[in-house]
Write a protein that binds this ligand. Structure first.
Ligand SMILES: Cc1cc2nc3c(=O)[nH]c(=O)nc-3n(C[C@H](O)[C@H](O)[C@H](O)COP(=O)(O)OP(=O)(O)OC[C@H]3O[C@@H](n4cnc5c(N)ncnc54)[C@H](O)[C@@H]3O)c2cc1C
Length: 385
């Protein structure tokens, strides 16, 4: 018999789950505060997502990859990490094949996901609506929307961001780590080739990364303390361009700012539980990663895919044993990289002098073949498979 799955939030994770349930007999009710037009044709938000090979495979299986313009998918061949002015670079490449993953703009992923979900006959969309209260009972769930309507179902899925109100309504705590830093992302044009290599270096007082896009185009990612980001936000574009050019020191030639930077204050979150009776957390609501290891959406997609596989054909998608199985597997898949990311961010943003030799030692340790191989597998998503 058909059951009702209520998904709160049509971000990339909520949409991925809804798409994974295509062909299921269950009805999917998707609630999202943004209007239908904004979901169907999202504006660029500055995020260039490093997708693992595994994620691309999942998206292909969902019929979503085929909807992303392939001339806007760029290969990520290698990742290099440097510490300050030291010439040593930890280089991580694929263990086989010629790419670690792909670079795709976030709005293109969201657009493709929405286009696929909008065609599903088992999805009911409530756009422009917010969940204001959520209750779960042993046999059903009940959700109230901001227009006063009440929805009933058999499973509640919280996918409403890392600062999820639904998670709070379910009484699930999360550990939250705020860094006091803001990440600024902007596209730059440059004359020298990037070679498909992503480079990240930890300078004193800031972190700078370059992500390879089209020929002569990269995404520049600069992370600085919040107050400094606020000061930069108020600058005219030409001043920002010359400031950023100074950070790069001419390594890609004379750069030109193509977009003004978009600002993202940084926080990592990890929910204490991923499941509760008749409720489950997916995407950033479960695991809110730091973008430095580029795994937030990769984890969200992987988790949504696993959950969909478990519940799509189950007579009762809210059965606790299924939700517990998802929760355990997703925790095992995400916790090691979450903890590693937390330690990396703390170490590489530690401005005390004694942290510098530790950073160099960590990078040299990372360069040892077995460690580098494990990192290559992690970054291309193979370990999580
Ligand atoms: C600068 C940057 C770079 C990144 N780079 C990468 C990368 O390279 N690789 C990678 O894998 N990840 C990356 N990420 C992470 C990735 O963008 C996120 O993990 C992903 O967007 C999370 O998707 P989500 O659907 O879980 O949450 P969100 O995108 O936050 O979506 C949540 C949705 O819930 C809706 N919502 C909120 N409240 C309610 C409510 N009360 N009722 C109903 N709906 C509600 C919101 O409107 C929103 O649509 C990056 C993030 C940033 C900031």
């Amino acid at each position: 018999m058909s059951k009702t799955i209520i998904v709160v939030g049509a971000g990339p994770a909520g949409l991925s789950l809804a798409r994974g349930l295509a062909g299921s007999a269950h009805r999917v009710v998707l609630i999202e505060p943004q209007g239908r037009e904004a979901l169907a044709d999202p504006l660029p938000d500055g995020r260039e997502i490093a997708l693992t090979l595994r994620s691309a495979e999942i998206l292909r299986g969902l019929g979503v990859w085929q909807r992303i313009p392939q001339d806007e998918v760029y290969p990520l061949r290698e990742a290099r990490v440097k510490n300050g002015a030291s010439p040593f670079a930890l280089a991580i490449g694929p263990d086989k094949g010629d790419a670690l993953g792909h670079m795709v703009s976030n709005h293109l992923i969201r657009r493709a996901l929405f286009a696929a979900v909008a065609e599903q006959s088992n999805v009911e969309l409530h756009c422009g609506r917010k969940v204001v209260s959520a209750k779960t009972c042993p046999r059903s769930v009940e959700v109230a929307l901001d227009d006063g309507s009440l929805l009933r179902g058999d499973l509640l899925v919280a996918a409403d961001s890392r600062f999820s109100d639904t998670r709070v309504m379910l009484g699930i705590d999360a550990s939250v780590e705020r860094f006091g830093h803001t990440m600024m992302v902007a596209r730059i044009a440059h004359p020298k080739p990037h070679g498909g290599v992503a480079t990240e270096w930890f300078d004193h007082g800031r972190t700078v990364a370059l992500l390879p896009l089209a020929e002569g185009m990269s995404s520049l990612v600069v992370t600085v303390p919040d107050a400094e980001a606020k000061r930069i936000k108020a600058m005219p574009s030409l001043e920002i361009e010359s400031l950023f050019a100074g950070y790069l020191g001419g390594q890609l030639g004379q750069i030109a700012l193509v977009t003004r930077p978009t600002h993202y204050p940084l926080a990592m979150t990890y929910a204490n539980r991923f499941s509760a009776p008749r409720a489950v957390l997916v995407g950033d609501t479960a695991v809110g990663m730091h973008p430095v290891t580029a795994h937030g959406f990769n984890f969200g997609l992987l988790g949504a895919n696993r959950l969909a596989e478990l519940i799509a054909k189950a007579p009762d998608p809210g059965a606790m044993r299924l939700l517990r199985r998802y929760a355990l597997r997703h925790r095992l898949a995400t916790l090691p990289l979450y903890q590693a990311t937390l330690h990396i961010v703390r170490l590489f943003t530690d401005e005390r002098r004694r942290a510098r030799p530790v950073r160099s030692a960590v990078l040299r340790l990372g360069a040892l073949p077995p460690v580098r191989q494990v990192m290559g597998m992690l970054l291309s998503g193979k370990r999580a498979a």
